[in-house]
Design a protein around this ligand. Structure first.
Ligand SMILES: Cc1cc2nc3c(=O)[nH]c(=O)nc-3n(C[C@H](O)[C@H](O)[C@H](O)COP(=O)(O)O)c2cc1C
Length: 316
């Protein structure tokens, strides 16, 4: 009997739906026991988010301070798990605060020496967060064997509007020619392919090899255009986040003027830098295509963007 531990935090339930689809084949396999643990913050985050509440968690998210969690009683540290699936969303180019809280807690020891698969559902910017996740997993002695990423439908420009609108108003509907917010339901349904492959792999003890099990299934696709944007944005997040933290903790009134200044900075960045970047970057990428391809391949590790097994496992 194989034992799989599934750790997750989802605020609106979208990631939970992705996860349910991902693990559906494992749930129905009588040779696999799946133990779900919902990582719950001690104090729930608001939804929909107020603008101030939303930006007020940005420094702590970027610095991965984490938040206090409800007890993780159903995780037994000395229990044996053959595989761990860690499903998380991205907040400000970083793992969400409850996930950081878990990684900083003593319960993260459960990941030690285990093969770990990360599963992400977010708008479209997850590269820097996954780099931070890799560091944390390394520090606790876990072995990352796969990473699967599902992103919101509609492309970079559309989701720049639809995702924040969903977060700030709770409305997900299509409007003004823009698609519904969130991940396409067909993509969620087709996440079943990963579970199917995992059941076969677990039956053959393949998780013990500590190499990718989910290759050839279009697990991740890095958008070259977003690598540079994420790097620059993350650097500026670190600087601003560090500055804002000097003025107090989340919820402290003294932070409000700094948060407002940051908001103005963000707006000017979007209005001035992003269009310039959009014009210049394609040219730089062409001149630099070998380096960009190498970088993309690195960020797509360990599962890769190959699709050679899609015909056997995907229903799409
Ligand atoms: C505070 C906050 C910050 C976010 N920052 C990002 C981000 O940097 N990159 C991204 O792709 N998505 C970002 N998102 C979207 C989330 O990753 C995720 O798609 C959304 O919160 C829905 O997830 P759920 O399953 O927890 O409801 C952010 C969401 C919130 C609430």
């Amino acid at each position: 009997m194989k034992k799989v531990l599934v750790l997750y935090y989802s605020q609106t339930g979208q990631l939970t739906n992705v996860l349910k689809s991902f693990t559906s084949a494992l749930d129905t396999d009588e040779n696999i026991e799946v133990i779900y643990h919902n990582i719950e913050p001690a104090k729930e985050y608001p939804f929909p988010w107020g603008y101030l509440e939303f930006f007020d968690i940005f420094p702590e998210s970027v610095y991965m301070d984490g938040c206090a969690l409800k007890k993780c009683d159903n995780i037994t540290l000395d229990d044996h798990y053959d595989l761990v699936i860690l499903a998380y969303t991205i907040w400000f180019l970083s793992p969400s605060l409850p996930i950081s809280g878990f990684l900083n807690s003593r319960y993260s020891k459960v990941l030690k020496d285990k093969p770990v698969i990360t599963l992400i559902a977010c708008r479209n910017m997850w590269i820097m967060a996954q780099e931070k996740m890799k560091d944390k997993l390394n520090n606790v002695g876990a072995k990352l064997i796969d990473n699967v990423v599902l992103i919101d439908q509609g492309g970079n420009l559309a989701t720049f509007i639809t995702t924040p609108r969903w977060m700030w108003t709770g409305r997900k509907n299509a409007f003004w020619g823009l698609p519904k917010a969130g991940v396409n339901p067909n993509d969620i349904k087709d996440a079943q392919r990963f579970g199917k492959v995992l059941t076969e792999a677990l039956a053959k003890d393949e998780e013990k090899k500590n190499t990718s099990l989910l290759y050839g299934l279009k697990a991740v696709q890095v958008d070259n255009r977003l690598i540079g944007t994420e790097k620059i944005a993350h650097k500026s997040f670190k600087i601003w986040g560090g500055l804002i933290r000097k003025f107090g903790k989340t919820g402290d009134k003294a932070r409000i003027p700094m948060l407002f200044l940051y908001f103005i900075f963000l707006l000017s960045l979007i209005v001035i830098v992003v269009p310039i970047n959009t014009l210049i970057k394609p040219l730089l990428r062409k001149l630099n295509s070998k380096t960009v391809d190498k970088e993309r391949a690195y960020f797509e590790e360990p599962s890769g963007s190959g699709n050679e097994r899609m015909k056997d496992y995907s229903n799409a």
